[in-house]
Structures are given as C-alpha cells and as structure tokens.
Design a protein around this ligand. Structure first.
Ligand code: FAD
Length: 438
C-alpha cells in the first residue's frame, strides 16, 4: 500500500482521503488555510447544489445520509421578472426530483471529520504546497515553521482552480494548458429571513433573476436565510465597475431586483465588503506526470452554471477508486486510466456549464423557452425510454457527461426520434404535447 500526500483539503481532498484509507493507503492531507472547523472560522454562509453524482460518491463511503441531513431540496427554478412576477419550472419531468442546497463550510467540516476518523489519515493545516518534483514525489511546503520538504510515493493535487501543483504538469513537455476567464464575476450577498423568522422566498426552489446580460440567483440555507449570488459583467452598464456609493447600489437593485431589494441583510455593507470572484475554465493535459496526479478543480475548473464542479470532482474520486480496484492498487496504471476516462467527461461538462450560463441569465426569462421546457417534460413523461432532458441526465443520473451530451444532442433531432417511437408512441407524445401547449 502506498504513502499518499494530498495537497488541498477543500471538498475533493478529504473525500479522496476517506476512499484511499478504506483501500489501506496512508494519506497525509496538506491544507493552506487554518482548520475551518475551529471556532470563529465559519465566515459567510455560502452554499452549493449537490446532485446525483456527488450523492453517489458520498453514499459509497456512507456519508450521504449525514450530508443530506443538512441539505434543502430544490425541485425547480423560480424565475423572478422585473415586475416581481414569478414563474416556476420543475427540474424533472415528474416534478419530484431535486438538487440540494448544502453549506460549503458545513460540507467541508463534515468531510474533514470523516477523513480525520479514518485510520492512517493525517491532516495538516496552514501548510501551503508550493512545489512538487513529479518524478520523485518531493513536495515543498510552507507553513508556520517555514519551508520544508516531504516525500510521498504518490502526490495528488486537489488544490483547486488555481492549483500550485498543476505547475509541475504545465511545465512538462508537450503539455496543453488553457485558462479562460469569463468577462463576468460573482459576488455573494445574504437575503435575511422574513420578519417572523421564516424564509423570505420559497425554500423549495433555486431562485433566478435573469436579466439578459447579468443575473442573480439565490439558494436557501438551513438558518432560513438565502445566499444570493450576483453574476454581473466586470465592466459596462450592468457591471460591478464603478458601483461604489450605497445609493447607487440600492438604485441598481431597485431597478433590477425590485422584489428582492428590501430583503437583504445589509445590502450596501455586504456589497462593499464582499469580494468579486472570477469565473474560470481550466483545461489541462496530461493530468498525470510521474508520481503526481491532478483531481477536481485542479484538473478541470469549470464555471458554476450547471452546479456540477463539486459533483464532477467527487466523481473523479469514485473513478480513481475504481481504477485502483481494477489494477490491484498499481498507482501508475490506475492514475493513467483514471485520467484517460475522466478527461473527456470533464471537457463535456465544462462546455455544458458555459452553455447553461446563457440559458440561466437569458433564455429562462422567455415564455417561449419555458413552454419548450414543459413540452420537453411532457414528452419525457410519455416516452421515458426515448427522452431524458439534458438537465435530468446531468443532475439526476450518473450517466457519463459525454454520453449525456450525446443523448441530449440526438434528442434535439426531434422528428427522427418521433419516427423511432413508432406510430403509437408518436401519437402518445403528440397528445402529451397538446396538453401543455395551449
Ligand atoms: P476546492 O474546493 O477549491 O478545494 C481546494 C482546497 O485546496 C482549498 O481548501 C484551498 O484552500 C486548498 N489549497 C489551494 N492551494 C493550496 C496549496 N498550494 N497548498 C495547500 N492547499 C491549497 N459546484 C457544484 O457542484 N455545485 C454548485 O452549486 C457549485 N456552485 C459554485 C458556485 C461558485 C460561485 C463557484 C465559484 C463554484 C461553484 N461550484 C459548484 C464549484 C465547486 O466549488 C468546485 O468545483 C469544488 O469546490 C471543487 O473541489 P476541489 O476540492 O477540487 O477544490
């Protein structure tokens, strides 16, 4: 069994530590931040949507039940127009399937607790990985006691979108590397509970204020607040730049989000204090060099518009575990197979996530688009063996992303698919469509 060093104890790092420990490996996790479980480290409440792929990965090591106990199910999107009118769209054809709003901080703590309980897992906080020699597994760290070097048989870079360990791969011969930022950034704000302490908005939905060139979304928290995220261009009329004065901030919200403007905990204060994050897609190849492998955002950061970055990172962990199983823990062979299998899927979800930004900030505002979704769901209900929406395949199944994209593209060739249904099936589908199209 191997001695494995993992840089990064965010979401994927500790889950990987649990999986590896169950296989009998020794694991040391190095995290640059202080331990987030310690008092005072909570910070702002930020949440994520957890769906089938992530749940499956947690389930396999017995963590899904605990995590889901802290989640809030969101069965659809609630669109808010400029006049405050609401339009609801279920995520699944039968309206019953949900994605789950989970606290990032809470999930991180739960995963760290799970890793710490495993035999053979050691956690080090405030230790930043600064470099790795991929051929020897020599890892240089910087911590409170200065710079030092450790050596592991295998080193995994799970150190996020701006991974330091990725450098060792990028610098290798014939490596491909592309880091693309969107001209939009994001900022998180808090929508407070209402005057009676309840949710200010329906907690069973993910809320979207689509405004064409920008949008705001909000996901519920167990404390009955919502975390709202602005996705605005950095520059221009709808952008963050130059919007400093509290009155101007309030005027922008009164104009664009009038039904939410009153509901923020501290609109001007949080707007001034909270940073604007950037939205990056990272494509790199290879993912493996010598004793070093990349996993999660370090290998494939994607934009958050399909709610899949973490889910995809957790799927990486499952695939690496499969590959170790298939090769009787032959690390070089397992890492190579893991990378070959995951790379096309990571590329597919990166592309789908970029496409979904247009859908969320613009298309969902259109009644015609929403009608199209109802038609899609009607057909799925009547011919489930032939139709699954892209959203269902991505969020409610573990069908590989490449296959989900292929099936969704094939389904867009609608007339041909109707033919495949045969006369009776086509008649049923047409009947279903007539029920939702006025
Ligand atoms: P991270 O969670 O980023 O963890 C990396 C860890 O490495 C961090 O703890 C960091 O401190 C540490 N680190 C960094 N550098 C070093 C170093 N040099 N040495 C040691 N430690 C280091 N995904 C979803 O599935 N659903 C969502 O709804 C969703 N919403 C999102 C919303 C936003 C605004 C953003 C930006 C992302 C969202 N994501 C979502 C994506 C998700 O956050 C990431 O895909 C996920 O966190 C990736 O996990 P990771 O462990 O690879 O990286």
């Amino acid at each position: 069994m191997a001695d494995v060093g993992i840089a990064g104890a965010g979401l994927a790092g500790p889950l990987l530590a649990v999986y590896l420990s169950r296989r009998g490996h020794d694991v040391t996790l190095y995290e640059r931040r202080p331990d987030p479980r310690l008092a005072g480290a909570a910070g702002r409440s930020i949440n994520l949507a957890l769906s089938a792929r992530g749940i499956d990965a947690l389930e396999r090591v017995g963590l899904a039940h605990d995590v889901m106990g802290h989640g809030l199910a969101m069965k659809g999107r609630m669109m808010h127009d400029r006049s405050g009118q609401l339009a609801y769209q279920a995520y699944s054809a039968d309206g019953s399937k949900a994605i789950n709003s989970i606290s990032r901080h809470g999930l991180n703590g739960l995963l760290l607790d799970a890793a710490a309980k495993e035999p053979g897992v050691v956690l080090h906080f405030e230790e930043r990985a600064v470099a790795v020699v991929a051929e020897t597994g020599e890892l240089t760290l910087e911590g409170p006691s200065g710079r030092h070097t450790v050596t592991h048989e295998v080193v995994i870079g799970a150190d996020g979108a701006y991974s330091a360990l990725r450098e060792a791969v990028v610098r290798s011969e014939r490596a491909d590397y592309r880091q693309e930022h969107l001209p939009w950034g994001y900022k998180e704000l808090t929508i407070a509970p209402d005057a009676s302490g309840g949710f200010a908005l329906d907690p069973g939905a993910l809320h979207i204020w689509p405004r064409g060139d920008s949008m705001m979304i909000a996901l519920p928290n167990p404390d009955r607040s919502f975390t709202a995220t602005l996705f605005w261009p950095f520059e221009g009329d709808a952008g963050f730049a130059g919007l400093d004065a509290p009155d101007a901030v309030r005027a922008r919200f009164d104009r664009d989000y009038p039904d939410a403007a009153e509901r923020f905990e501290d609109l001007a204060g949080e707007f001034a204090r909270n940073p604007v994050g950037s939205l990056v897609t990272v494509r790199v190849w290879p993912w493996v060099r010598g004793r070093l492998g990349l996993l999660g955002d370090a290998a494939h950061a994607i934009v958050p518009f399909f709610g899949q970055g973490m889910n995809c990172a957790f799927e990486d962990v499952v695939e690496l575990d499969h590959c170790l199983g298939e090769t009787a823990d032959d690390w070089p062979a397992a890492l190579a197979t893991y990378a070959e299998r995951r790379k096309p899927n990571a590329d597919a979800i990166a592309e789908l996530a970029l496409d979904n930004f247009v859908e969320m900030r613009d298309k969902v505002a259109s009644p015609v688009f929403r009608l199209g979704k109802r038609v899609e769901h009607a057909i799925e209900r009547w011919a489930p063996e032939h139709f699954d929406s892209l959203y269902e395949l991505v969020s409610f199944t573990t069908v590989p992303y490449v296959e989900a994209r292929r099936r969704a593209a094939a389904q867009r060739r609608f007339p041909a698919n109707l033919a495949a249904l045969g006369a009776a099936g086509a008649a049923r589908a047409a009947d279903a469509v007539r029920k939702v199209v006025p």
